[in-house]
Design a protein around this ligand. Structure first.
Ligand code: ADP
Length: 210
């Protein structure tokens, strides 16, 4: 099952992605984490994206798509992926669809974490103090939010017309959000609840001889 965690910066995508990794044995692919790792190890790519990230701007589609493609190729036996912070533009969403189709799979579910702007600012201010992430400063955050609204939010109709989008209240505490996410995805890994219904039907049919 391939899941996209969607939402503005600091909505809690990373936190929920990590919970899903441990609960469902999926692989988390966070472009933000990959780019930060590239910076930390001082690669050419890291040097190229550092300024862009610190300003709060989007790294080019070409770069992030290549990072995602590489990870999908490296994990052929994965049960599924959780995309966190990707896709962020329509071009990225189209590239992801193509990549997954080439691997005979698709995006199954897109979960939008809804958090209002004021709460996002409070969270990011706290994280800036605690972790010192450069792009969590108020100016860069403003740019990130503007980019989200002008480019990333365009993906909402892209996925809702495909019937894949579900909204979850991201204002609640971590455990409550996590419960809501699990409810959307269902107990079974296919997320449809279909096999549970089939099992139940078979059970009663045997019991009552129907
Ligand atoms: P957040 O979701 O909290 O804004 P991320 O850790 O996902 O932060 O991303 C941090 C930065 O990395 C972004 O502001 C951007 O510069 C870059 N980045 C991450 N993912 C993408 C992407 N899919 N497309 C373009 N740039 C990206």
């Amino acid at each position: 099952m391939n899941i996209i965690l969607f939402g503005p910066p600091a909505a809690g995508k990373g936190t929920q992605a990590k919970k899903l990794v441990s609960e469902r044995s999926l692989i988390q692919l966070s472009t933000g984490d990959m780019l930060r790792a590239a910076r930390a190890s001082g690669t050419e790519l890291g040097k190229k994206v550092a300024g862009i990230m610190d300003r709060g701007d989007l790294v080019s589609d070409e770069i992030v798509i290549a990072l995602i493609e590489e990870q999908i190729e490296l994990n052929p036996a994965a049960k599924g992926f959780i995309f966190d912070g990707f896709p962020r533009t329509v071009a990225q969403a189209e590239a992801l669809d193509l990549l997954l189709t080439q691997h005979n799979t698709k995006v199954h579910s897109v979960i939008r974490l809804c958090v209002d702007d004021e709460a996002l600012l409070t969270r990011v201010t706290k994280r800036f103090k605690e972790e010192g992430r450069k792009d969590d400063n108020p100016e860069s955050f403003k740019v990130r939010l503007a980019n989200y609204n002008s480019q990333t939010a365009l993906l909402l109709p892209y996925y809702s017309t495909q019937g894949k989008l579900t909204e979850v209240d991201g204002m609640a505490d971590v455990a409550t959000v996590s419960t809501a996410v699990s409810k959307v995805l269902g107990k079974n890994d296919n997320g449809s609840g279909f096999s549970a219904a089939v099992v139940k039907k078979g059970f009663f049919a045997r019991l009552f001889g129907k």
